[in-house]
Design a protein around this ligand. Structure first.
Ligand code: NAD
Length: 364
């Protein structure tokens, strides 16, 4: 019998983890689920009749833990720390949805607790890592294909993609900082920075300057809706690489803005550059362009990769933790690295507020 998989939260992302469970290489784990909202729980059970439903987290975790068991925390971010601590205390390995927590202090506590108990603690911003384009870009940077890197442009702007409004409008909690911890910074910057760190492998990131904004639109929200999060952020970041090289990063991300939509990921080096589509959606072809000089002429080599399997990315975090527990190779987002990336997002918020620069060490 496979060790169980327990889902805390039975919303949108929980369903992706449940589908990932059906497709695990070693076969599905017995599935358990809980959610404080009975309607969410019964809707989930209708989609996943294989799941054993529990009325409370306490009831689900009261069962004796089985070696190799996994708890996925799939609830709003402000609940991640308390629920993950409870899951670790019950002797289970934990996969927390992104962001790992809503403060660096909470994240550090989780990392320490998992280490103390000898349990795995992973986070889900590994979701968009491992695409062939990003791997190829990282390899070019690592192998000197662009010379010494000195400048990154990482700019991802969408006009109307706010969770809780245009995307997943029923989950209004995304707009309420007390539940979400923040806006597009905690929703998307964690993915951007995870990918950026995978490509540059920096030992530290310094947030030199930053800003956050909430562009206004004519959308009318139901009375009483709390809406106090940002939807457009930007930062000038200096990445310090292992050999001391300093790379200037122009970073911007919006889930709402009035300017042109853009998706740019580019690393410039002194002998070449690489740009690529870092976040392909299902149906899009993935591409990467390597530009370099040959006898004074600029040469562009473009490679394209086939369409992704739909929603392959959503399966990656659970598949990786399952593999780690089975002793198979995998590239998860470990708790310590997720905690350092969360600290960079928080540095962006803090630097936007007080204009003081901050340096964050990036865990391997
Ligand atoms: N929706 C997405 O596309 C997506 C993608 C990646 C990651 N995520 C992350 O997944 C997490 C959940 O997001 P979602 O989109 O599934 O939200 P959702 O609103 O669809 O579902 C959240 C569920 O959590 C439940 N919940 C609230 N408090 C709880 C508690 N204390 N204990 C247990 N359950 C509780 C709610 O009742 C709800 O059913 C967030 O951290 C989010 O950032 C979401």
């Amino acid at each position: 019998m496979r060790p169980p998989l327990c889902l805390i939260g039975a919303g949108v992302i929980a369903r992706h983890h449940a589908t990932a469970n059906r497709n695990l290489p070693g076969g599905p784990r017995p599935l358990h689920v809980t959610d404080p909202v009975p309607a969410s729980l019964s809707a989930f059970a209708a989609d996943h009749p294989e799941a054993t439903v529990h009325a409370t987290v306490e009831a689900m975790l009261a069962r004796p833990a089985v070696a190799g068991e996994i708890v996925v925390i799939a609830s709003p971010p402000a609940t991640h720390h308390g629920l993950a601590m409870a899951a670790l205390a019950s002797g289970r390995n934990v996969l927390v949805e992104k962001p790992i927590a809503v403060s660096a202090g909470q994240a550090a506590e989780l990392v320490a607790e998992a280490a103390r108990r000898g349990l795995q603690l992973h986070e889900c911003s590994s979701r968009y890592l491992g695409y062939r384009t990003t791997l190829a870009a990282a390899e070019l940077v690592r192998n000197g294909g662009i010379g010494r890197p000195y400048r990154v442009r990482w700019i991802q702007l969408s006009n109307r993609g706010r969770p809780g409004i245009e995307y997943q409008p029923r989950s209004r909690w995304f707009l309420d900082r007390s539940a979400s911890g923040g806006g597009v910074g905690l929703d998307w910057a964690v993915y951007d920075l995870a990918a950026l760190c995978a490509v540059l492998a920096p030992r530290a990131l310094t947030v030199v300057a930053a800003w956050t904004r909430c562009p206004a639109t004519g959308v009318v929200l139901p009375p009483g809706t709390v809406f106090d999060v940002e939807h457009h952020i930007g930062a000038e970041i200096t990445a310090e690489l292992a050999d001391g090289t300093l790379v200037s990063v122009a970073y911007e991300r919006a889930s709402c803005c009035h300017g042109a939509e853009r998706s740019e990921a580019e690393v410039a080096g002194d002998t070449g550059s690489v740009s690529w589509q870092w976040l392909p959606w299902p149906g899009e072809r993935m591409w990467i362009e390597h530009r370099f000089d040959v006898r004074g002429a600029l040469v562009t080599e473009r490679r394209e990769f086939a369409t992704l399997a739909e929603l392959e990315s959503h399966h990656r975090p659970l598949t990786a933790l399952d593999a780690v527990l089975a002793g198979r190779p995998a590239e998860p987002m470990g708790g310590a690295r997720a905690a350092s990336i969360l600290a960079v997002v928080q540095a962006i918020y803090a630097t936007a507020a007080d204009r003081c620069q901050r340096t964050i060490a990036i865990a391997p």
